[in-house]
Design a protein around this ligand. Sequence first.
Ligand code: GLP
Length: 244
Amino acid sequence: MKIIKAKDYKDMSRKAANIISAQVIMKPHAVLGLATGSTPVGIYKQLIDWYNKGDIDFSEVTSINLDEYRGLDHNHNQSYWYFMQENFFKYINIREDSINVPDGSNPDAKQACEEYENIIHAAGGIDLQLLGIGNDGHIGFNEPGAAFELATHCVDLTESTIEANKRFFGSKDEVPRQAYTMGIKSIMQARKVLMVANGKGKADIIKKAFFGPVTPEVPASILQMHPDFTLVGDEEALSKIELD
Ligand code: GLP
């Protein structure tokens, strides 16, 4: 586990974007596992900026997103597909047919999740998986208690996640209660994992996840066991841990 301390959100975003950019330069046909949430937005902005300057080319990249709300189709403005288009894809030259997000509009959970695992395998696995972290330690939508051995599956969102995500919807009632998410197994199979965290609100969970026991009660804690895991956090998010 490698922990990189950034001064602030902008610095965190730039450092993480540098790592992603290096991955794409080293392997132009890289498979990037991408994430939603407010934390990665600055990374996408930075990558768009470098793309506009001609420093990075996404034409051969494949993207595989972590998760999607069950019941929302691509056009819903809170779907993760829509989020990725609006925050990243529509500004870069990634090919439309190289973009993958679980199909939230497919009511058949088993089929939607199996199809997604097939996509990951057909792409040759994920080279670099980007992650944020939920307040309760969830990664993707793997909530506390999630079995470590699950691949892509359908989850019931916890009250804490529904509460945290209601800010993006008109009201709490509109937040979907379920999601399709890559499982911990799918995430752990990525060759490289990059987590970003910023702000005081994440300080406790960062300490618990990476300086406490590895337990399904804190899904992110499993990343302590990943052979190539990097956390880039700003000073506030890393304020409760000691770094040498
Ligand atoms: C959602 C997403 C996660 C994300 C988390 C934290 O629940 N499914 O992938 O990491 O929110 O979001 P934020 O970065 O906004 O704190």
